[in-house]
Design a protein around this ligand. Structure first.
Ligand code: UDP
Ligand code: MG
Length: 314
């Protein structure tokens, strides 16, 4: 099993070397074959310079560098794209995750496709970190149906083919287990150690919570309707359209019996409901076209096959 360790780094100059040493001793102790992909996410400090020196010293260190700060999710995706391992381990680059936990995650990866860390004893401030994360974790598990205690923990291990098939945007790295679960992967979690940040500063503020919630809405929508948009918009469209028609029919009867209906607010409502109803149905149909264009142009099937590792099983 060849392991790719993916670490995003944004202005972490003081952490890189201790982190490298720590990963090295954890992996060498287990006798694992591995590479470390350090992704410099447009750092403005000495992060890149240190990475280059490390890479010259140790061939297993593979640095990537973004031209500007694209964010942690983009850094993970770059790591996935360039990794050569059968298994990918992701972790933070600030030593809050402990590389000593990596073997524990790897030992479960044969049995599961994804092993997620759980920072049970999380060492972050309560008000602006742990509290929002308790709320976010609750919402994510309710909405996505994937039951984990700690979606935000970066320390996770994946079978490579699981993440290579997933497209991620925004702040979505914490939804990888949720997105992957639609493809029918198996997921488990293990308790991992968490340390206080010793060096450098955190890159996020409280505003991340809002972005996570917005991404959750996107994820939920895509999960429920990405292959059947008409079913998302259609029912509401029918409901609106039918009520509009009912109202209009009622007014038409009144008109025919000689009453004036020109000044009735109900007329406006009827017309509005018909228009909105038609719009919703048309939007669903447009969505259906988009889905087809996407799947057909990308030659993307609407199913995902399991890996049948015949040699291993026999
Ligand atoms: N990070 C990154 N790009 C960013 C922000 C953060 O690559 O735009 C990295 C950062 O260097 C660290 C990890 O993502 O390795 C987690 O960030 P941080 O420790 O600031 O988050 P926190 O632990 O405070 O939630
Ligand atoms: Mg951190």
């Amino acid at each position: 099993m060849f392991v790719s360790i993916v670490v995003p780094l944004y202005n972490e100059e003081e952490n890189i070397e201790p982190l490298y040493d720590s990963i090295k001793s954890a992996m060498d102790e287990e006798g694992k074959d591995y590479e470390i992909l350090f992704i410099d996410d447009g750092s403005t400090d000495r992060t890149l310079a240190i990475l280059k020196t490390l890479a010259l010293k140790d061939r297993r260190v593979r640095p990537l560098s973004f031209r500007r700060n694209f964010g942690q999710t983009a850094a993970f995706v770059a790591g996935f794209n360039y990794s050569k391992g059968d298994v990918i381990v992701t972790m933070d680059g600030d030593l809050q995750n402990d590389p000593k936990d990596i073997p524990k995650l790897l030992s479960l990866i044969g049995k599961y496709d994804i092993v997620s860390g759980w920072r049970r004893n999380r060492k972050d401030p309560f008000i602006n970190r742990r509290l929002p994360s308790i709320i976010a974790n609750y919402l994510i598990s309710r909405v996505t149906g994937v039951k984990l205690h700690d979606y935000g923990c970066s320390l996770k291990a994946y079978k490579t083919n699981v993440v290579k098939n997933i497209n991620l945007y925004g702040e979505m790295h914490r939804f990888i287990p949720a997105v992957a679960s639609w493809y029918g992967v198996s997921i488990t979690e293990v308790e991992t150690v968490h340390h206080e940040r010793q060096r450098g500063i955190s890159k996020y503020g409280i505003s991340r919570t809002l972005r996570v919630i917005l991404d959750l809405i996107t994820v939920k929508f895509l999960q429920s309707f990405s292959t059947k948009p008409l079913q998302a918009f259609g029912p509401l469209g029918f409901l609106f359209g039918a009520s509009g028609l009912g109202i209009s029919a009622y007014l038409a009867v009144l008109k025919l019996s000689g009453q004036s209906i020109g000044g009735r607010p109900l007329l406006l409502l009827g017309v509005l409901l018909i228009i909105v109803g038609i719009q919703l149905i048309v939007m669903g149909l447009l969505g259906e076209m988009l889905v087809r264009v996407y799947h057909e142009s990308q030659k993307k099937p609407i199913y995902v096959l399991r890996d049948l590792d015949l040699e291993k099983d026999s």
